[in-house]
Design a protein around this ligand. Structure first.
Ligand code: SIN
Length: 484
């Protein structure tokens, strides 16, 4: 356990008040140690309704502020996150398990969205269009969509909130978030930063409830105009169906199944570095992490040899220890899936070069899995067709660019893809041929506040981040003005 005020007891943040002291609580457990990190109230439908009412009332005033005024609040919130970086990173590691160095990086990444959208809100431009005649003027203006509900995941407990909250607030919307039960404490700390920044009551709200209580209440509400979700494709499809009744504006950032291609003219060091960066961040529990690797035969032995050395060097352990690279998986269910994928691959002919099994630590029953390198991977293996969400790299040998691209695109998902080549013409063609929303060429870490993040096909709808990321929080209004 970290600092001396543990376990934490944090509350829901509804209409500017910390609420839920009278409710039943649930435990938040450190996946690395099974220790209690804190408790949170189990909110109810009533709490969600109170948050909607507060956000609706606040919207009437917040939307009237100028972009400059809203930016000033966001700048203050950014400053609070930066000032509290160490404290928030510590809680994040305790409830999520990721190494402290990654948790610190995530707090900075989370803060970067707030800073970026504080500025971007000032660039929400309309248009004036020449009309057909002297008697009409045509204006196009952008206005906030209204009250936004957000459902966020446990793998990035801070950044997936701010990537939605910052553009929503900058656009003039008000915001209600339901974080996951695994990582609500980081979310509550982010709400504290919003409160400390003086953001008016009701503009930002957080309600911890069971998933159904939140989504059903929000879906029925005519006041909530937008739903934004990061999570599984399965849940995304359900939310999309439910949204039809009130015709909500919906953004979905869903599962991935990222291919990573290494062509025979790649710089091997860059390709290995990119593979490690992409695959092992958060123990492989990111939607954009490389899931399956295709390596051209001419570079295969050299690439696999160097990758093996690097994978074997990765240190597994409790993320609070400074030199740890790989923390635990989030829970037993996640661990079991990784075991299933490795066993299936081995049964179908894959060879384990590094790892391949659970990692023993002094902590009992914690879901640590060894960083694992598999070769002789094939299309029929689970690890080549489903998102593994764990520290496993399966490598398949390919012969041509065409074969690599065909295999890479042969999936219902389209979030992120990576490839490594030093050849400009080859690289340009492959970048254009990959059917993905995010493509890294000689680069394994594409995420950035200023760039659009999101997928094609069953990986979702819409983009977060960049200039594109504020659009889903805006309505376009056409004003037709008759003049004399
Ligand atoms: C995700 O896993 O969905 C988020 C990863 C990122 O923002 O880099």
């Amino acid at each position: 356990m970290g600092a001396n005020e543990r376990p934490l007891h944090l509350l829901n943040y509804i209409n500017g008040e910390w609420q839920g002291d009278n409710l039943e609580t649930f435990d938040v457990i450190n996946p690395a140690t099974n220790e209690l990190v804190g408790t949170m109230p189990n909110g109810t439908e009533k709490d969600v309704l109170a948050a909607i009412e507060g956000a609706d009332a606040a919207f009437k005033e917040w939307k009237k502020l100028s972009a400059e005024e809203r930016a000033a609040y966001l700048e203050k919130m950014y400053a609070r996150l930066i000032e509290r970086k160490e404290e928030i990173a510590q809680v994040l590691t305790e409830e999520n398990g990721k190494p402290l160095k990654e948790a610190r990086g995530e707090v900075l990444y989370a803060a970067s969205f707030i800073k970026w959208y504080a500025e971007e809100g000032k660039r929400v431009y309309g248009r004036t269009i020449p009309s057909k005649g002297e008697g009409q003027r045509i204006q196009v203006i952008k206005q906030p969509v209204g009250v936004v509900a957000a459902i966020t995941p446990w793998n990035f407990p801070a950044a997936m909130i701010t990537r939605k909250l910052a553009p929503a607030l900058a656009a003039g919307c008000t915001f209600i978030v339901k974080p996951p039960k695994e990582t609500p404490l980081t979310a509550a700390k982010i709400m504290e930063c919003a409160e400390e920044a003086g953001i008016p009551r009701g503009v930002v709200n957080m309600v911890l409830t069971p998933n159904e209580a939140f989504s059903e209440t929000v879906q029925k509400s005519k006041v909530v105009r937008k739903l934004t979700f990061t999570g599984s494709t399965e849940v995304g499809k359900l939310l999309m169906k439910q949204s039809a009744d009130t015709m909500k504006n919906i953004s979905l950032e869903l599962g991935g199944q990222a291919p990573l291609i290494v062509l025979d003219d790649a710089d091997v060091e860059t390709a290995v570095e990119g593979t490690i960066a992409s695959k092992f961040r958060n123990a492989g529990q990111t939607c954009i992490c490389a899931n399956r690797i295709y390596v051209q035969s001419g570079i295969y032995d050299e690439f696999v040899g160097k990758l093996k050395e690097k994978v074997a060097e990765l240190k597994v352990g409790n993320g609070l220890e400074e030199d740890v690279d790989i923390g635990p998986l989030i829970n037993q269910k996640g661990y079991d899936k990784v075991v299933r994928h490795v066993e299936d691959a081995v049964a179908k002919g894959a060879e384990v070069l590094v790892g391949g099994k659970g990692h023993q630590t002094s902590e009992q029953d914690a879901p640590f899995f060894e960083p694992t390198l598999l070769i002789n991977a094939k299309e029929n293996m689970l690890c080549m067709t489903e998102e593994t969400f764990g520290p496993v790299v399966p490598v398949q040998k390919v012969e041509s660019d065409e074969e690599a691209v065909r295999l890479a695109n042969d999936t219902p998902f389209g979030l992120a893809a990576y490839y490594f080549t030093e050849n400009m013409s080859r690289g340009t063609k492959i970048g254009e041929a990959l059917d993905y929303g995010i493509v890294g060429w000689n680069h394994g870490a594409p995420s950035a506040a200023q760039a659009p993040f999101g997928g094609t096909k069953q990986s979702g709808l819409g983009r977060e981040g960049g200039a594109e990321g504020i659009e889903p929080f805006l309505e376009t209004k056409y004003l037709s003005i008759g003049i004399k």
